[in-house]
Design a protein around this ligand. Structure first.
Ligand code: FES
Ligand code: FE2
Length: 327
């Protein structure tokens, strides 16, 4: 059995943020490639999205070359037609439709203004959320995509790496951060800290932030949330990393800003919060792009061990290998 952690050959059963919701209009088709599998997305007139394996069940033509109508997609080659769940509902040359005439349908959700799919038959855990999300409306900003030359697991575990907060990011701890495994898919560390560095940026960020808390949580092997409950600069972030065919990862960052009563006037804080986040990222960037990950874990790396165990206990999924159509 393949261990999942830092494994570029398989794709974890987890959520992947694919594209902004607004880019998929009713009646249009979009295709996304995840490693060696294509995913074809379309939206019906009611706004519901389908995400199907792009390989036609007949001879394997690419369904994204077909056309969409009334919530179905028709293959361009011999006009087999599939409904939104991937079931073939029409074969022009015959009336009998074999049970095997179906393609895999990915669970789809829309959240944070994005289309997400779960890589597996049913979601095993939710898209990352914040406990107060029903009580506290937010405005969501999509930051530019970032490519890292390392596996999504390596980027994701970074915020759990307690020791590097001190060594690389020049943070001073005001508590003793303790990692905690919450369930099968989440590990969390609560930090209380302050910037201790002497660079201009350290002092600049420190001036605005002072002492602050960071609640960093990983979700599956490719996602994390960061929450800074700062009185003036509360920050909520969601990171989603997607493994690429060359072993690198693409990071999508969702920046959430509370919608307060004086919401329009809070917008000036956005660039500042962005700068604070970049301050961390710039330090990490060169490491992510050059690391040859080969762990020799010590006691202080307990949170890394927790994360690696969590990921190695998870499953991978491939629609062509796991999905057996019944006859
Ligand atoms: S390959 Fe799609 S209908 Fe024949
Ligand atoms: Fe870092």
């Amino acid at each position: 059995m393949n261990r999942l952690f830092n494994n570029s050959k398989v794709l974890e059963s987890t959520w992947f943020a694919l594209m902004p919701s607004r880019t998929l209009q009713p009646g249009k088709i979009k295709k996304v490639q995840l490693l060696d599998r294509g995913i074809v997305l379309f939206r019906n007139e009611n706004g519901e999205i389908s995400a199907l394996d792009s390989r036609c069940a007949h001879l394997g033509a690419d369904l994204s070359l077909g056309c969409v109508s009334g919530g179905t997609i028709q293959c361009v080659f011999h006009h087999w037609t599939y409904d939104g769940k991937g079931r073939c509902i029409k074969i022009p040359s015959q009336s009998k439709i074999p049970n095997s005439a179906k393609v895999f349908s990915y669970p789809v959700q829309e959240k944070y203004g994005y289309i997400w799919i779960f890589n597996g038959p049913t979601p095993k855990f939710p898209i990352p959320y914040f406990e107060d999300e029903n009580a506290q409306p937010v405005r969501v900003f999509h930051l530019p995509l970032i490519k890292f030359r390392c596996h999504p697991n390596i980027c994701t575990v970074n915020g759990l790496d307690i020791e590097h907060m001190y060594c690389l990011h020049h943070m001073q701890f005001l508590n003793e951060p303790k990692p905690q495994r919450i369930d099968d898919f989440r590990v969390v560390v609560h930090y209380k800290m302050a910037f201790n560095g002497s660079t201009f940026m350290d002092r600049f960020v420190s001036f605005f932030m002072g002492n602050f808390e960071l609640h960093f949580m990983t979700w599956g092997g490719n996602m994390s949330t960061g929450y800074v409950p700062h009185p003036r600069f509360p920050i909520k972030m969601v990171f989603n990393h997607t493994l690429q065919a060359d072993g690198s990862s693409v990071c999508r960052t969702f920046f959430l800003m509370n919608k307060g009563s004086n919401a329009p006037f809070d917008l000036w804080k956005l660039p500042l919060m962005f700068v604070i986040m970049q301050h961390f990222l710039i330090d990490d960037m060169d490491l992510f792009n050059s690391i040859q990950f080969r762990p020799r874990l010590v006691e202080r790396d307990e949170s890394l061990r927790m994360f690696m165990d969590t990921v190695n206990n998870r499953e991978s999924f491939h629609p062509h290998k796991n999905y057996v159509a019944s006859e």
